[in-house]
Design a protein around this ligand. Structure first.
Ligand code: SF4
Length: 227
């Protein structure tokens, strides 16, 4: 993204505040949003890959009560882990990655989730988004997050099309849009708006806090919707 015009900065600030306010009033409550425990957040983000928050919420508490620390998880058979998360799908792959990651955390990091980006992203099943989410949500670092929801949200609200979550321009955009704070509530608000209001078909623009500002609402354009 090129230089951000003054008007764009103002618009971005207004939209950012509206999303955060909407989240505070209407956002969904999930256990992993009420903690800064790095292990709990890492587990949540790993489970949230390729499934919905609602689905994860049905197994999350049970998972953590059985595997309440990396040592316990590392000592458990993959088949047992897979059974606990079978409702999410891809349970064998998830179980293998969860167990391996827990083992590495125990062996290399004294049982504590590492804080550095390089160490996080080296863990099995942890990519750019999960590493960034753990740093932001657990360690309070002001860093942007970009996933399919975010790219979709940008396309709808700002009319900007990015190639996908790995597009560095999308990350640059969120660096500006998220502001210095990169507030977790902004990201949870985006996730919840996409999940409950801004549907791909029949968006509920009439109840959306961004209806006056949203490019897609004004033009009816629907771009980049396969990301
Ligand atoms: S105004 Fe409509 S299209 Fe725009 S973000 Fe809200 S729900 Fe989505």
């Amino acid at each position: 993204m090129g230089a951000v015009a003054i008007n764009d900065v103002k618009k971005q600030t207004i939209i950012r505040r509206k999303v955060i306010q909407w989240f505070e009033d209407h956002g969904r409550s999930f256990a992993w949003r009420n903690t800064t425990n790095p292990y709990h957040i890492l587990i949540a983000e790993m489970l949230l890959r390729r499934t919905t928050a609602t689905a994860v919420s049905k197994v999350y508490n049970s998972f953590l009560s059985q595997f309440n620390n990396p040592t316990r998880l590392a000592q458990t058979r993959e088949s047992t882990i897979a059974h606990v998360i079978s409702s999410l799908g891809l349970q064998s792959v998830r179980a293998r990655q969860l167990k391996k990651t827990a083992s590495i955390i125990c062996k290399s990091y004294s049982g504590k989730v590492p804080i550095s980006y390089a160490e996080l992203i080296s863990l099995p099943g942890v990519g750019v988004y999960i590493a960034s989410a753990v740093r932001n949500f657990a360690f309070g670092e002001s860093i942007p997050l970009v996933d399919g929801n975010v790219v979709y949200f940008i396309s709808r609200v700002f009319g900007i099309k990015y190639r996908g979550p790995t597009d560095s321009d999308a990350r640059d955009f969120m660096t500006h849009f998220g502001g210095e704070e990169q507030n977790a509530k902004l990201y949870w608000g985006i996730i919840d708006l996409v999940a409950t209001v801004c549907f791909r078909r029949n968006s509920r623009c009439h109840i959306c806090p961004l209806s006056e500002l949203c490019t897609s609402s004004k033009t009816g354009d629907r771009i980049n919707e396969d990301t």
